[in-house]
Write a protein that binds this ligand. Structure first.
Ligand code: SF4
Length: 304
């Protein structure tokens, strides 16, 4: 068996920043330390912090007044910030700057009187946060069919935004349909899908033709990880989204010669290495790395 390790894979700059911020906050303030929603969408990472005394909450009423509260990489709606201020919580903002950028765009478009069509997944933390910035101006759509049907008060005054972790191909089709319906629609040059999501999808697109199977390390609730597995299947290759080595079924590999490994932006490299180690041990697999693009992006830590 031959394993191709796709690069770049795994942690993006936003996830690195959020995890380092939480580690620093634990060192500075001790535990219990509260985090609004999962720090990043990865089961292993969340469990690891939980063991250290971090409490993940969905309701600010569960945080005692005056305690430290960290906002996850996916961002929060302004209403959550207001509630935190009202409860005198000491907040640490680990929102990814690329998510904050989408929030700012939503505010600006709304102030200019645009109806904003947000392309994203209903209920995703990031989408909830962005919608909260301009709830009356935003219409959420998820599919090309939605783009065909969405109603706006003034078709000449429409803007679009996207969630940062969408499928590049699906988003392009939806935007194309929006442009057909609203020729004057405005948006950022391409979309708001972040560099890390785009790079990881590009590696799968380039390497899938060589693979008998693509394994994506990532959690089921990780949007960008799910998109990687879907993309591999769209390329005609069997793909599995796995949290780690315990999810691997050895019967999958019967007759498989080349396995491409990638990882979503919230999946730790240690889990990839554990999976690779298992296949090396069981199938005497060789391993090569294929780096499609270097990533040098870094984000500064928030104030603690
Ligand atoms: S996937 Fe993109 S938007 Fe999300 S945290 Fe990482 S860099 Fe930021």
């Amino acid at each position: 068996m031959r394993i191709i390790l796709a690069g770049p894979r795994g942690f993006c700059a936003g996830v690195n920043m959020a995890i380092e911020a939480l580690e620093s906050a634990i060192r500075a303030h001790g535990t219990p330390l509260y985090v609004y929603h999962e720090i990043v969408h990865n089961k292993w990472v969340v469990d690891w912090f939980r063991k250290q005394g971090v409490v993940f909450i969905d309701d600010l009423a569960k945080v005692p007044e005056g305690e430290h509260l960290l906002y996850s990489a996916h961002g929060v709606p302004p209403e959550v910030r207001r509630q935190a201020t009202a409860r005198h919580l000491r907040t640490i903002d680990a929102t990814c700057p690329l998510v904050t950028k989408v929030h700012r765009e939503a505010i600006q478009f709304a102030q200019q009187g645009f109806t904003i069509i947000l392309i994203g997944h209903a209920g995703h933390d990031e989408v909830v946060g962005t919608m909260g910035e301009a709830p009356r101006a935003i219409r959420l759509i998820q599919t090309v069919a939605d783009a065909e049907q969405v109603e706006v008060p003034d078709p000449a005054k429409v803007a679009y935004l996207t969630q940062t972790t969408l499928s590049v191909d699906d988003a392009a089709k939806i935007i194309e349909q929006l442009r057909r319906r609203f020729p004057k629609i405005v948006g950022t040059a391409k979309n708001d899908i972040c560099y890390a999501t785009q790079n990881r999808q590009e590696t799968v697109r380039l390497l899938a033709p060589e693979a008998d199977m693509v394994l994506v390390v990532g959690s089921q609730n990780s949007s960008n990880s799910r998109r990687l597995a879907e993309l591999a299947r769209t390329c005609g290759v069997q793909a599995h989204l796995i949290d780690g080595p315990n999810d691997i079924d050895l019967t999958w590999f019967s007759g498989k010669e080349t396995v491409v490994f990638t990882a979503g932006a919230s999946a730790p490299e240690s889990l990839v290495q554990e999976c690779v180690g298992l296949l090396r041990e069981r199938f005497n697999a060789s391993v090569e790395t294929r780096m499609i693009r270097e990533e040098k992006m870094r984000f500064a830590l928030p104030e603690l």
